[in-house]
Design a protein around this ligand. Sequence first.
Ligand code: ATP
Length: 271
Amino acid sequence: LTREGFSTVPDVTWGDVGGIDHLRTQLKDYVVNPIKYPETFEKFGGKLNLETGFLLYGPPGCGKTLVAKAVANEAGANFIHIKGPELLNKYVGESERAIRTLFQRARQSSPCVIFFDEVDALTTNRGSGRGREGDLAVGGLLNQFLIELHGGDRRDVYVIGATNRIDVIDPAFLRPGRFTNRVYVPLPNADDRVSILKSIAKKRPIDPSVDLDAIANKYCEGFSGADLANLMDKAIHVAVKEKFQSIESSEDGDMNSSDCTIKFTHFKQAL
Ligand code: ATP
């Protein structure tokens, strides 16, 4: 479902996400079940504690966006991706209007997940150098956001916030009934790296001799999910380049003469 090209059900599934299994259960309770089984929630007297936001925090490139998309996909919900700074406007009232419009659109395409990246930008303006006007814009926007989040008519609109800077988030955000559910999305450990690399490799022609466990374990210490995705892209690039070189140097230029798989040597060169 596309609505003015604005919100759609994402095509990312849980199969595309490696590691961070704990999040799946929590987000299922928060987003998926209320959308899929509204009668059960009604029987218990409504949506109880669900009228709050869900905040994912942690280092960049570790799957926050991916997880938010996968949960919307699982729920069959539309997805709106918005970045905090996009809503900031120094003209009085404009930022509030932007927030209102955002939630209005979400309600029109409900069930809907609003993924609020860089949500810290909405909180007080410490050290950003935007000056007094910027501060005012941020203050009004924060208030409007809290009104929509807490008191507004939510109707199957779910807010998932994300930040790399939980330390600068205004405490007003974190009070009960606001971003009460907070989950840390860490840098992946060795097992997570294996699972991430395998999920990224799923749709790629990896040579059967390649030991992805060993690559993720031995060579990728400290890598984020985004770093692993980048490694895969580079390995593909090396493999493609090698393939074309071999075609050019072969006498008959036969495109089909050798295979098209990504081998360990390609990963090694990409590292
Ligand atoms: P940021 O804080 O910078 O917005 P993020 O935590 O939202 O980062 P994503 O945008 O979800 O990170 O990840 C960037 C890319 O890295 C993804 O599109 C994906 O290719 C890869 N990636 C990151 N984490 C994972 C993961 N857990 N499983 C599979 N791929 C991942």
